[in-house]
Design a binder for this molecule. Structure first.
Ligand SMILES: *Cc1c(COP(=O)(O)O)cnc(C)c1O
Length: 378
């Protein structure tokens, strides 16, 4: 396989920002309209919310200042301020931190080894009378098995709050992730598929939850100094909303480029995968990925060495997440004795590769060539 000489490195993710974003940001500055504490937010916040609402085909979107705030606000809006919340440990720590911030106790559930999403049988074994909600995480943009989850949650009167921070644009049975539960939470952090630098959003079909979310992002106020519920300042600034709004218009293009890169990578890796112990990410007849990351698993214990070789070839191969949340110092104290076999295997065997819109076809050939060379040498 040919490799190409590259001028720069290939980061794991990179915002796809252009002239349109620059123009919109300048307009906000010229209007001197940086933010507003009005209940419905500023003009760009409302524009962004409306674009995301249409894209998701959902009744309400409430923009906030981060994905973490989205999860925190969704839990508060659903009154999950005590009891237990079940969530995977194989996620970014924000999912668990939001549960603690809301006042509930996280209970960590194992994941499936095939797509790294929450595992139903382990979930079922961990439900107690204190359980209030489940947070499935659509990790790497892989949709969790939502039919089974929704059925199970209904049977046990549990809320579902989706962590869709990595999965904007991914679908399960043709329906957008983040639209299955009581609320779906999105992040606009710089590494995500759609970015504002920092930012987030909650999607919901529930009018009451949407009303509460608008209060919670603004100190629980409705008309002025009339705090009705507990809230914080979780508002999205207009400069960020301006970027997010333009990014919404580019989302289909950005997703198309990611898919092209992912499909090319699969085409190059698939013939060699089995022989080299590589497990490649793949969609099923029920799922469409946004290709936030291209995450492989290496069957042999060579992950860290392979990663090192790719990094030395200026490829931003990255491990998400090692350690898993339950093995971090803080959460090993909060949830002592947690054992999750698949999670622990995944955290030591997965490796994510870049397929973001700025990755070119020569880059993909370089990534595939370097990876196959690295695993072949091990
Ligand atoms: C990014 C992310 C978050 C948090 O979003 P922020 O905008 O960084 O606060 C939460 N959960 C997952 C799975 C994420 O990837």
């Amino acid at each position: 396989m040919t490799t190409h000489t590259l001028s720069g490195s290939i980061p794991i993710n990179k915002p796809w920002i252009g002239e349109e974003e620059r123009r919109e940001v300048i307009k906000v500055l010229e209007e001197n309209a940086l933010t507003t504490a009005a209940r419905d937010g500023g003009k760009r916040v409302r524009d962004f919310e409306s674009l995301l609402r249409n894209y998701l085909n959902i009744k309400h979107v409430v923009a906030v200042n981060s994905g973490t705030s989205a999860l925190h606000a969704a839990l508060l809006a659903a009154d999950i301020t005590q009891g237990e919340v079940l969530l995977p440990s194989f996620t970014f720590v924000a999912t668990a931190n939001a549960v603690i911030a809301a006042g509930a106790k996280p209970v960590f559930v194992d994941v499936r080894k095939d797509d790294y999403t929450i595992e139903m049988s382990d979930l079922k074994s961990k439900i107690t009378a204190k359980a209030r909600a489940i947070i499935p995480v659509h990790l790497y943009g892989h949709p969790a098995e939502m039919d089974e989850l929704v059925d199970f949650a209904e049977k046990h009167s549990l809320h579902i709050i989706e962590d869709a921070c990595q999965s904007l644009g991914s679908t399960y049975k043709s329906k957008q992730t983040g639209t299955f539960g009581l609320a779906g939470c999105f992040s606009l952090y710089a590494s995500k598929v759609l970015t504002a630098g920092e930012g987030g959003a909650v999607a919901t079909d529930n009018d009451e939850i949407a009303d509460k979310l608008r209060m919670i992002r603004n100190h629980g106020m409705v008309e002025g100094y009339d705090t009705r519920v507990f809230g914080l300042n979780l508002r999205l600034p207009e400069l960020s909303a301006a970027v997010a709004k333009v990014q919404m218009q580019k989302l289909p293009d950005m997703l198309r480029k990611r898919r092209q890169n992912a499909e090319k990578l699969t085409e190059l890796l698939a013939p060699e995968a089995k022989r080299n112990g590589l497990v490649l990410p793949h969609e099923t007849s029920d799922t469409i990925f946004n290709w936030y990351l291209y995450t492989i698993a290496l069957q042999k214990n060579i992950r860290d060495r392979v990663k090192g070789k790719l990094v030395s070839e200026r490829i931003g191969a990255t491990v998400y997440y090692d350690p898993p949340v339950h093995k971090t110092p803080y959460y090993s104290e909060v949830c002592p004795g947690t054992k999750l076999a698949n999670t622990e295997w995944c955290s030591t065997h997965v490796l994510s590769l870049p397929v973001h819109p700025s990755v070119t076809e020569p880059d993909i050939q370089h990534i595939a060539g370097s990876l196959l060379k690295a695993v072949g040498l091990e």
